[in-house]
Design a protein around this ligand. Structure first.
Ligand SMILES: *[C@@H]1O[C@H](CO)[C@@H](O)[C@H](O)[C@H]1NC(C)=O
Ligand SMILES: *[C@@H]1O[C@H](CO)[C@@H](O)[C@H](O)[C@H]1NC(C)=O
Ligand SMILES: *[C@@H]1O[C@H](CO)[C@@H](O)[C@H](O)[C@H]1NC(C)=O
Ligand SMILES: *[C@@H]1O[C@H](CO)[C@@H](O)[C@H](O)[C@H]1NC(C)=O
Length: 251
């Protein structure tokens, strides 16, 4: 019985090198022997973090990132001089789906103690509820209230973090990510009425484009700050188990 348990622990240890079980009393540590460098270790932890996105890490207060739910609302004002637009938008119940397909193609050292991390995503789906009330060209009304969907293609960001070593453990300073940019987007705001305009008209398309861009800039900020906090917390927790001295031992 005891032997079986040890074998199972070994398999768990081998298959997920820096995975730990939170919530239970068990901590699998000392399983990082095969990792040759800190960079490889951090890369593996990133991958583990991504694998945990659909569950979160309740023990570390890390929320789920796929799907990700924004608990707040996103009110903002749209203004544009060219079409004399002025409108107040509010989005709620915002959810993003697909973040766990994020690629972290590069975690590399830019200098002795700085890492540059790049993220990219082929597509990300955002949905939620919105309201809009406003006008364009002074008196043409813009009103809408209902669900919305956006699909963003080629989403990317990068960031830097510095490595600290206190003689015992390595840690990282907070990962500062740049705004998550997208290459192109398609979006639909159901029930949006822009002064009886057809949804294929130029002004309609322009307003939808502006709403998409502004709404994303608010949503991505919330998502990015939570991601920065969570990834930094997760990596630092994992780094408590990183023993450079054990690198030379073989299992
Ligand atoms: C929303 O979630 C964030 C991160 O989980 C938390 O810091 C914040 O207090 C929450 N806000 C509300 C209104 O619940
Ligand atoms: C946005 O909607 C939320 C939820 O309905 C509401 O609590 C909040 O007051 C609204 N914000 C604005 C500025 O209207
Ligand atoms: C929106 O979120 C609120 C608060 O979490 C919830 O009560 C409500 O049912 C949600 N509405 C929809 C349509 O999902
Ligand atoms: C990280 O490296 C990429 C690729 O070289 C670069 O485009 C990006 O600006 C860097 N990011 C930061 C925050 O230094």
């Amino acid at each position: 019985m005891k032997n079986h348990l040890i074998i199972i622990l070994l398999i768990v240890g081998i298959s997920s090198s820096c995975f730990r079980l939170y919530g239970g009393a068990m901590t699998i540590s000392g399983i990082h022997l095969a990792k040759s460098t800190l960079e490889d270790y951090v890369k593996q932890c990133w991958q583990d973090f991504i694998d945990l996105m659909d569950n979160g890490v309740p023990g570390l207060n890390i929320p789920t990132f796929d799907p990700w739910f924004a608990n707040n609302s996103f009110p903002f004002r749209m203004q544009d001089g060219e079409i004399v637009l002025r409108a107040d938008v509010n989005a709620t119940n915002v959810t993003s789906l697909g973040f766990s397909s994020v690629q972290v193609p590069a975690v590399y050292e830019t200098s002795e103690s700085h890492y540059n991390v790049s993220l990219s995503l082929p597509d990300l789906k955002i949905s939620g509820l919105y309201t809009i009330i406003g006008s364009h060209h002074y008196f043409y009304p813009i009103v809408g209230n209902g669900p919305f969907d956006m699909t963003l293609l080629d989403v990317s960001s990068s960031g830097t973090t510095a490595v600290l070593f206190d003689g015992m453990v390595y840690s990282l300073t907070k990962l500062q990510l740049t705004p998550l940019k997208y290459g192109s987007a398609t979006s639909e705001f159901y029930g949006l009425s822009i002064s009886d305009m057809d949804s294929t008209s130029e002004t309609y398309i322009e307003i939808v484009h502006m709403m998409t861009e502004l709404l994303w800039s608010h949503v991505e900020k919330e998502l990015r700050l939570q991601l920065s906090d969570s990834i930094t917390q997760y990596l630092n927790d994992q780094l408590l188990d990183f023993q450079p001295s054990s690198m030379h031992r073989q299992p």
